[in-house]
Each structure stands twice: as C-alpha cells, then as structure tokens.
Design a protein around this ligand. Sequence first.
Ligand SMILES: NC(=O)C1=CN([C@@H]2O[C@H](COP(=O)(O)OP(=O)(O)OC[C@H]3O[C@@H](n4cnc5c(N)ncnc54)[C@H](OP(=O)(O)O)[C@@H]3O)[C@@H](O)[C@H]2O)C=CC1
Ligand SMILES: O=C(O)[C@@H]1CCC=N1
Length: 266
Amino acid sequence: MRLLFIGCGNMGAAIAAGALRKRPATKITVVDRNPERARGLLPASGAEFYGALQDVTDETFDATILAIKPQQFHALPGSSLPKNCGTLISIMAGVTLDRMQVKLGTDRAVRTMPNLPALVARGMTVGVAGKAVSEADKALVSDIFEGSGRFEWLESEDQIDSVTAVAGSGPGYIFAFAHYITEAARAEGLPGDLADTLVRQTLLGAAELLHSDARSALELKRAVTSKAGTTEAGLAVFEAEVGLSALCRRGVAAARARAEELARED
Ligand SMILES: NC(=O)C1=CN([C@@H]2O[C@H](COP(=O)(O)OP(=O)(O)OC[C@H]3O[C@@H](n4cnc5c(N)ncnc54)[C@H](OP(=O)(O)O)[C@@H]3O)[C@@H](O)[C@H]2O)C=CC1
Ligand SMILES: O=C(O)[C@@H]1CCC=N1
C-alpha cells in the first residue's frame, strides 16, 4: 500500500506508524512544512519526507491522509494534490465531506476522527465515507486505522462532531483530570514523584479494568464505593450539584459546538 501524508505532526506520525504496524510493506511518503520534525516523530526506515507537495515525484497513491489543522486546510491549494491520490482521508476536526468535495473536487473521501492514544496503538477512530468510496477503499481505511487501535464506521456524518467531543478530545479531559488529581496529591503533602506514580498507575489500572471487565463504568464505580466509606465522601464532592456529571455534559457539548463552528469557518 502506498500512502501520502499531508501533515505529519503528532497524529499523522501516529497513524503512519499504525499503518506500518498493520501492513509492514506500506510505502509512506510525507509532506510536512517541517520535514525534520516529521522525521523525528516517524523514525521509519523507507519513509520519504518532503517540505512541499510539488517536490513529490510519485503521482499514484492508494490513499492520501490530510493530517493538518482545520485552520491550515483553507490555505491548502486544492489543485496541488497528486494526479492519482487515491482515497482522501481527513482526520481534521470540523471539516465536512462537503467542504472537502468543494475544495478538492472528489467524493472519494473519508472523514475520520482518531485520538492521541493512537501513539501507543490504543487509539479510537471512527470514519464516515463519502459517496464515491468503494468497499475496497473502506477496507483499506479500516486497515490503516486498525494499526493504531480500534476503528468503527459511522452511519451518518451528523454524529462525528459529537464523537470528536467525546473520543477525539476525550484524552485531553482525562489528562487534565490526571493533572488536577496529581496537584491535589501534592497538596496533601505527598512527594511529587509518588503523587505522579499513584495517579498514572491508578488511571492505568482503572482503564485496564474498563477494557477487560464486563461490568459497566457505573458498576465498577459501585465496586469501589463502600457504604459510608472514603470514595463515597470524595464522590459526594465531585458529584455535588453542578458537579462532575453536569460538567461532563457541558464540556462535551462545548467541544461539539466548537467542531460545528470549525465546519462553518472558511
Ligand atoms: N492532536 C490530537 O489529539 C488530535 C488531532 N486531530 C486532528 O488532527 C489534525 C492534526 O493535528 P496534530 O497532529 O495534533 O497537529 P500538528 O500541528 O502536530 O501537525 C500538523 C502538521 O502539519 C504541518 N502542515 C500544516 N500545513 C501544511 C501543509 N499545507 N503542507 C504540509 N504540512 C503542513 C504542520 O506544520 P507547522 O507546524 O509548521 O504548521 C504540522 O507539522 C488536526 O486537524 C486535528 O483536528 C484529531 C484527533 C486528535
Ligand atoms: O482539539 C482539537 O481540536 C483536536 C481535535 C480532537 C482533539 N484534538
């Protein structure tokens, strides 16, 4: 498989590494404004790095992955893509299939939303296919993203902004939570290194349980929470009026609204 990455920062590099994991014979071509940074993020022997699209000599790819920021999409010259760029795959938040069609002139496009744990092959990606995407194209897209974690197709593009708000941005919420709990541990007087280890290992263990245990998150929460015990006392604060539940709803809704706004920005 031959893949062209336009933009190879945090996410582009993680997805390219995943594609290589799934199909080791994949030929990766990268165009990034900063090819040296891209090379550092994707130390794959055999990958080619360029600073501009016009320097790429190959004209035929099975897929082209747009891994630039949504705001950088406006400046991308639509006519600059190689002649046979294959299936277009966007990972950009808030850029609709319609906008890609208008700018790049093709319905052979897939809009996806991955997340940062793709870096450690624990990503969650969803995709929605444009009108001209074949079953073979879809199989290739699944393969690319399965190399960096799980992949699911969405029935409707309407859902992708909500998916972005939950799974695309989700790791950011978890990292913020980890940071604040670490600060709280330090405020209790625990040494910094120990606070850091306690939080990382607790999140890892909880994530592993969520992953491997058949119980729901709510059931697992109940398993930790002894009647009149310490967890109950802590949760009483987190879940107080306008607590964690309402904050989660408001945070996810704000992220979804921002994705909708990005879709309107031109
Ligand atoms: N980070 C995340 O957790 C997630 C991000 N996404 C989406 O992924 C996309 C990329 O994000 P991320 O990887 O974090 O961003 P990065 O900034 O790390 O990577 C983007 C790269 O593309 C380069 N670039 C910009 N314009 C061009 C161009 N015209 N030609 C070639 N290279 C270009 C940038 O160079 P320069 O820095 O010089 O501008 C940069 O190196 C975004 O659209 C985002 O919405 C989706 C899910 C999760
Ligand atoms: O914050 C963002 O806009 C991107 C999309 C999802 C995660 N990062």
